[in-house]
Design a protein around this ligand. Structure first.
Ligand code: PLP
Length: 395
């Protein structure tokens, strides 16, 4: 398959190495240059197309699923999924290894659902046997919540292994695939789950404004009356959409139009496999280049995602995050601070309208910025590496 070639952002913007919002194509932005009536048949057709395309993206076995878009950022859709599918007297086990797992647990607490957290710290993956043991010991747990790519470290959690443990115990699996959906497949014929959630401004490369839940239709039908929130009632949103073709409350019309353009580009590129391959190539170029400069990744190769990578800050006393950030911005790249509690780190995202050629320029910009700062050695502190290697053994 031919790799797409990307022109740089036309409007003089920097590339966003922050997933997301992320760098979108000019065509996606251009699609927002008109107004749409929310009640009008043209917009209803756009909503129907969006829902059908997202369900189809699951591949074989997708006919058991329906798509419910929900206004707001991704967290609103996570909250709608959790508060609607976990019944009032249900109990959820959240598999946490970063900020998004913790947020899912917080959402459940706000919804007054019983919740237990398997907290693996900053970046260790939850493994099948430990999940099986918790589920065997606690028959009250009805749902397990997993994070597909935990964007706070970039770890790609082992969903197939998690799903197997959950299915074997007869519980339902809910997946936050926010930063992975559209680039990493979750084939329902091989991985059993009740619902997954993602948003417009991640791997589909749309603009922020809404998220969506892909849920087994029978599970959603059974969830009527569960929701703790009027606006975030996923069942009610779905029932209204099925009946009228409309969103329940004001839809993000421009973001929907942009998203449809992004969906067409996703298909033209070759769908999920091609999108995932481009992002993986981005990562490989970036990680090899950064290692060439002396940087080290937080994670071992087998846990690196194609979405975002965490690097340790150099031990060199001439290094500081803010001047590094400023130097990268001056060269056209917006980077992300780290989210680890123990060691200093930063993150570089590799999703969005970018290819390997852009990632090679990122590495070049890093080299130039370090030279400007007088950093001669990008090696991380020995203590950070020691801790990482100790943790890796435990995983
Ligand atoms: C982006 C993201 C979310 C949602 O974050 P919002 O800021 O609400 O859009 C949730 N989970 C993961 C794993 C994410 O990457």
């Amino acid at each position: 398959m031919q790799m797409p070639t990307f022109e740089p952002p036309r409007l003089g913007e920097p590339y966003l190495l922050t997933p997301g919002p992320l760098t979108t194509s000019y065509e996606v932005k251009e699609a927002m240059l008109r107004d749409w009536g929310s009640w009008d048949g043209d917009f209803r057709a756009m909503t129907a197309e969006l829902r059908a395309r997202l369900v189809a993206m699951l591949g074989e076995g997708s006919d058991a699923f329906t798509c419910v878009p929900m206004q707001g950022s991704g967290s609103f859709s996570v909250e709608a999924m959790l508060g609607t599918l976990v019944p009032k007297h249900g109990k959820a086990l959240v598999l946490a290894n970063g900020a998004y797992g913790q947020r899912a647990a917080d959402s459940l607490r706000y919804a007054v659902r019983a919740v237990e957290v398997l907290d693996k710290g900053d970046y260790l993956p939850p493994r099948g046997p430990e999940i099986a043991a918790i589920l065997a010991a606690d028959p009250a747990i009805t749902h397990v919540v997993a994070i597909h790519c935990e964007t706070s470290s970039g770890i790609l959690n082992p969903i197939p292994e998690i799903a197997q443990a959950v299915e074997a115990a007869g519980r339902a699996l809910l997946i936050d695939s926010m930063s992975a959906f559209g680039a990493i497949p979750l084939p329902p014929t091989q991985i059993r789950y009740q619902a997954i959630v993602s948003s417009a401004n991640k791997c589909i490369e749309g603009v922020p404004g809404f998220g969506f839940v892909l849920v087994r239709t029978d599970a959603l039908e059974a969830a009527k009356g569960n929701a703790h929130s009027l606006a975030l009632d996923l069942y009610a949103q779905w029932a209204t959409m099925e009946k009228t073709g409309q969103w329940r409350y004001t839809p993000p019309t421009h973001a929907v139009a942009a998203f449809l353009t992004a969906l067409h580009a996703h298909e033209a590129e070759g769908g999920v496999p091609a999108r995932g391959a481009r992002y993986a190539a981005n990562r490989d170029t970036l990680v090899a280049g950064m290692r060439g400069l002396g940087f080290e990744t937080l994670l071992e190769d087998r846990w690196l995602s194609p979405i975002i990578t965490t690097f340790f800050c150099p031990a060199d006393p001439a290094f500081a995050f803010q001047p590094f950030y400023d130097g990268m911005k001056a060269r056209g790249f917006i980077i992300y601070p780290g989210k680890l509690t123990e060691v200093d780190s930063f993150r570089l995202g590799h999703i969005g309208r970018m290819d390997s050629a852009v990632m090679a320029r990122v590495v070049q910009a890093v080299a130039e910025t370090l030279a400007d700062m007088g950093v001669t050695d990008a090696t991380p502190p020995a203590a950070a590496l020691e801790e990482r290697n100790k943790q890796a053994e435990a995983a």
